[in-house]
Design a protein around this ligand. Structure first.
Ligand code: ACO
Length: 429
């Protein structure tokens, strides 16, 4: 017999269905509660609300498990390429050799962006944050491909949009960096793989080739895989809710980029390095900053610590920490910020405040340090996250569209004034 839940309201008992997932997680289905009782449920920040059923990513925050389509993140990060993982997330299965070749070839065919878009970059000030530029450019892509705006798109048209997005995001990202430097744009080189091509567009110059270091390529590939999906987080929920109005995929992804930008989400990786630098300039007294983070009257928080769902450890942080040590050793990086990061991690992990609240270093604590070692400029860190998260956003948008999910439209409990009469301006106090 299927499970049910009972709720008693105003002495009346209501039976609600229970939905069970493939990993035995349970949810009470309250979708009809308002119709039968007049009540809604309230859950600010959706801390305990399942917004959808999804077959893409499973995570268990207590046990520190993360799997894409059933495959453990540890195995994917160790063995797969980012393109394989993108294919897996979007199409549901790992590609065979032919499928992977066709996918990679199609991505390479679309890496160029329309020459007219180059002029948009020129209008941005040099100090423009690359996340702002990236979200605008992605949104602009919809105007260059008007067929993407048709809500009755067939799967071939959707596939084309998906491939265009994956292909063009690194080009737009690298150009937003080149523009901030007022350096000439470097065009994509389709002889290179996805990560190599991005690094080449970032760091080569017309006057000088860029020597692509395999250590850096490997680290980047791993970082992108670790960020590729994370079920219903803030930016992914944004993509799904924007897409639920049948807005086109470019616009939905652009909204996701904006949501990711915030310091409590993807923007944390930039804030981690800025925080470490601040502590370093201040004399490197880690204890002082840990005390500040614990002080409720001080707005300072330890960036890169804490997570909405991981309450024991972040499995991505575990993988990345190891990779971080390897990369720094292989590249011979000796960074004083790293020493501060290590001290901070130790002090915070032993401190009662952090232990009681289950605050552990998250993926962004280490990713910023690696990106810095790879010579990625700090303002580009969240852009790197966006490149990694793109396949996840696409997969979630595609799943929502294919499942014909209804438009996202939460309710509220109103706490404002009751009805009152309009008063003419001359009579107002
Ligand atoms: N430093 C100090 N105290 C913290 C921190 C922190 N980084 N994070 C949470 N706390 C404290 C809160 O003050 C609160 O304390 P209280 O119970 O005494 O009031 C308690 O821990 C719970 O914190 P919430 O903010 O309620 O937890 P929530 O799940 O809403 O927030 C979040 C999670 C936003 C990630 C939070 O931990 C944070 O702000 N961390 C720093 C930013 C960061 O690293 N973000 C990246 C997240 S990972 C990602 O997006 C890939």
């Amino acid at each position: 017999m299927s499970k049910t839940a009972k709720i008693v309201l105003d002495d009346n008992e209501h039976v609600l269905p229970v939905v069970t997932g493939s990993e035995n997680e349970n949810a009470i289905d309250i979708s009809k509660l308002r119709g039968s009782t007049g009540y809604i449920t309230i859950d600010p920040g959706y801390k305990n609300t399942g917004a959808t059923k999804s077959a893409i990513t499973f995570l268990d925050g207590e046990k520190g498990i993360l799997r894409y389509r059933g495959y453990p993140i540890e195995q994917l990060a160790e063995n797969a390429s980012f393109m394989e993982v993108a294919y897996l997330l979007i199409y549901g299965e790992l590609p065979n050799t032919i499928e992977l070749q066709l996918f990679e070839r199609s991505i390479k065919r679309h890496t160029l962006v329309h020459e007219d878009m180059k002029r948009f970059f020129e209008a941005y000030p040099a100090k423009a944050h690359p996340m702002g530029v990236l979200s605008s450019m992605v949104s602009s892509l919809a105007t260059f491909y008007p067929e993407s705006q048709n809500p009755d798109r067939n799967s071939e048209a959707i596939n084309l949009t998906i491939h265009r997005l994956i292909a063009k995001l690194p080009t737009l990202a690298a150009w937003s960096y080149k523009n901030s430097m007022r350096h000439p744009f470097m065009y994509p080189n389709n002889k290179l793989d996805y990560c190599q091509n991005f690094l080449n567009m970032m760091f080569s110059m017309p006057t000088e080739d860029y020597d692509i270091d395999p250590v850096i390529v490997k680290a980047l590939n791993k970082l992108l895989i670790l960020h590729a999906d994370h079920e219903q987080n803030c930016s992914t929920s944004t993509v799904r809710i924007v897409g639920s109005s049948q807005a086109n995929l470019y616009s939905s992804i652009s909204a996701g980029i904006c949501a990711l930008w915030g310091p409590l989400h993807g923007g944390a990786n930039q804030k981690v390095i800025e925080m470490l630098l601040k502590i370093h300039i201040d004399g490197g007294n880690v204890d002082k900053w840990v005390e500040k983070a614990k002080d409720k009257n001080d707005p300072f928080r330890l960036m890169g610590f804490g997570h909405r769902v991981y309450k024991n450890f972040d499995p991505r942080a575990k993988i990345i920490k190891k990779s971080c040590d390897e990369v720094l050793e292989k590249l011979g990086v000796n960074d004083p910020l790293l020493e501060i990061a290590k001290k901070l991690e130790k002090v915070a992990l032993e401190d009662e405040y952090f232990k009681e609240r289950n605050l552990y270093p998250n993926v962004d604590f280490y990713s910023g340090i690696i990106y810095k070692a790879l010579r990625i400029p700090t303002e580009m860190f969240t852009v790197m996250f966006a490149i990694g998260r793109l396949p996840g956003w696409i997969a979630q948008w595609k799943e929502m569209t294919e499942n014909n999910e209804p438009i996202g439209r939460p309710r509220q409990i109103y706490t404002g004034y009751n009805s009152r009469d309009y008063v003419d301006v001359s009579k107002r106090k």
